[in-house]
Design a protein around this ligand. Structure first.
Ligand SMILES: [Zn+2]
Length: 277
């Protein structure tokens, strides 16, 4: 992408008539550039609505991403859960493609029997299948497993970066609130810069031009993420985060997941715009 696009995780709260096409129109009115379709409780969108969403996004120049269902565990001990998880991820990609979107994220699941190595292998295997199936369907949306913020969740930064290195077609969704929630780290310019340097050296410079990023304030404890907070009510150093993205000349999509999705997306965008070239 040519630049960084800021947007909301879901339909802006100030949208008068709550619908996805209306939400996209509202994103444009607010002066934002992106919206994430929240399929977190299931992928339910028929072809007719998907077409309306596609038209609204095109008309308003709004970039669409998606978030897959929460009820996913690609490393479950139960066969049916693994199969349904895969199907939910694929369906997110399929509907997003119909909507003309570019990338989607999802929570891959939990550690299998507390064995992180075994879990990594299961996840890698499952995601190779996802990429293969989508390629066979000519679906080019970007598959971006999310960096997670709970100790029990698979998807620590090194795991996600390794997956992206080893499986062609997998890209990271870096959730900076989650990164910070794990042990309170990742909150300085140097630490943020380290993430982008790592991505650049391991995945290539092109990765910094196609970011899928989540940002919000966050409350956390010994087991990581507790809940999302508004940026100003949290200790997340969003100013330095935005400055890092500017300094690395990043492009792509930054989705705000704060409780005040549009206010905080605008806060991030304004902060970004205020930095001179
Ligand atoms: Zn998420």
């Amino acid at each position: 992408m040519e630049r960084l696009c800021f947007g909301t995780a879901g339909i802006p709260l100030s949208t008068k008539k709550r619908g996805t096409p209306e939400g996209i129109t509202r994103v444009r009115e607010l002066g934002l550039d992106a919206m994430e379709l929240e399929f977190v409780r299931g992928v339910r969108m028929g072809d007719a609505l998907a077409e309306k969403v596609r038209m609204a996004a095109r008309k308003n120049g709004v970039v669409l991403t998606a978030h897959g269902p929460y009820y996913v565990n690609l490393a479950s001990e139960k066969d049916d859960v693994r199969i349904k998880s895969m199907e939910r991820i694929l369906n997110t990609a399929r509907v997003l493609k119909k909507c003309g979107g570019r990338s989607f994220t999802f929570h891959a699941g939990y550690y299998y029997k507390d064995d992180s190595n075994k879990t990594y292998d299961i996840m890698k295997d499952a995601l190779e299948k996802v990429v293969e199936i989508l390629a066979a369907e000519n679906n080019d949306v970007r598959v971006c497993p999310e960096v997670m913020g709970k100790t029990k969740s698979f998807g620590k930064l090194p795991e996600i970066l390794r997956l992206c290195e080893e499986v062609e077609g997998i890209h990271p969704c870096i959730d900076f609130a989650h990164l910070h929630a794990l042990d309170g780290a990742y909150n300085t310019y140097k630490e943020f810069a380290n993430v982008f340097e790592n991505m650049e050296s391991r995945l290539g410079a092109v990765e910094l031009k196609n970011l899928h990023i989540h940002v919000s304030g966050i409350e956390y404890g010994p087991r990581g993420e507790k809940r999302h907070l508004e940026l100003e009510k949290s200790d997340l150093n969003y100013r330095d985060l935005v400055k890092t993205m500017k300094d690395f000349d990043c492009a792509g999509v930054v989705i705000c997941e704060s409780p005040s999705i549009e206010d905080d997306a605008l806060l991030l965008q304004n902060e970004y715009m205020s930095l001179s070239d």
